[in-house]
Design a binder for this molecule. Structure first.
Ligand code: NAD
Length: 247
């Protein structure tokens, strides 16, 4: 099947790396026009070159900049009928180690950033018949790890914020969440280096399928929720986590 996003106008945050970039590639193959947002302008530009989209530098925690850039993205796309919030940062620090500044930053980027982008895109989404938001939480929103309480709390916030606005925005805008387990991206490398064989095995072992996900496996779920195949789906948090949260 192809053309599942033909004619769609979709904004992606975190488009310069990992899941955001892989989803941009898939969305472009499925016919969407894309606006690609990231803190790292050079990486967003690379994704834009690959996918034919526009790119925009943004820090999703900066309210004024988010409003400005979402407006520019809407101009580039001719409106917005899809938003994917993939920008995020990870910490696995313990409560003893994290400190309030880093705690606030983790909540700010993952949760407040998601709110700001959704909020800024709403006026455009509300004009569109196929409007959909997909936010990226984490399997840790459903089942915490031994450490990383700030991240788990922020991602649980993303999940419940999304479910809550799914109710508020229905029937105009569908809102769904993906809860990925550990996925082969630079974010995971930052936690456990790709060449740390023992560390990677220990990480894989917490999953029923004993492996990490690939970014395209997350992107496929995002595509479903963004597309009209999910026209009756809203308020869902879909784990794509190699079976971590069911067992
Ligand atoms: P990644 O680090 O590869 O990509 C994240 C992107 O977000 C980067 O391009 C980064 O520049 C951008 N970003 C970070 N802070 C930003 C900010 N303040 N403003 C704008 N852009 C910002 O990570 P990924 O693995 O692709 O993660 C994508 C999403 O999936 C994140 O929300 C992450 O928390 C979530 N997630 C990832 C995993 C995993 O194992 N990789 C698991 C569960 C959830």
């Amino acid at each position: 099947m192809s053309g599942r996003l033909e004619g769609r106008k979709i904004l992606i945050t975190g488009a310069g790396s990992g899941i955001g970039r892989e989803t941009a590639r898939l969305f472009a193959r499925e016919g969407a026009k894309l606006a690609l947002l990231d803190r790292d302008a050079a990486e967003a530009e690379k994704t834009a070159k690959e996918t034919g989209g526009s790119f925009h530098q943004i820090d999703v925690t900066d309210e004024a900049k988010v409003a400005q850039v979402v407006g520019e993205a809407a101009d580039a796309l001719g409106g917005i009928d899809g938003v994917l919030n993939s920008a995020g940062i990870l910490t696995m620090k313990t409560m003893d180690d994290i400190g309030v500044e880093e705690f606030r930053r983790v909540v700010d980027v993952n949760l407040t950033g998601t709110f700001l982008v959704c909020h800024a895109a709403l006026p455009w989404l509300r004009k569109e018949p196929k409007a959909a938001i997909v936010n990226i939480a984490s399997a840790q929103a459903l089942l915490p790890s031994l450490t990383g309480s700030a991240y788990a709390a922020a991602k649980a916030g993303v999940m419940m914020f999304s479910k809550s606005i799914a109710k508020e925005l229905a029937p105009d805008v569908r809102v769904n969440v993906i809860c990925p387990g550990a996925t082969e991206t630079p974010m995971t490398d930052q936690g456990v280096a790709a060449d740390d064989v023992a560390g990677r095995k220990a990480l894989a072992d917490i999953y029923a399928m004993k492996r990490l996900a690939q970014p395209h496996e997350i992107a496929n779920g995002i595509l479903f929720l963004m597309s009209e195949e999910a026209s009756a789906v809203t308020g869902v948090a879909l784990p794509i986590d190699n079976g971590r949260t069911f067992h």
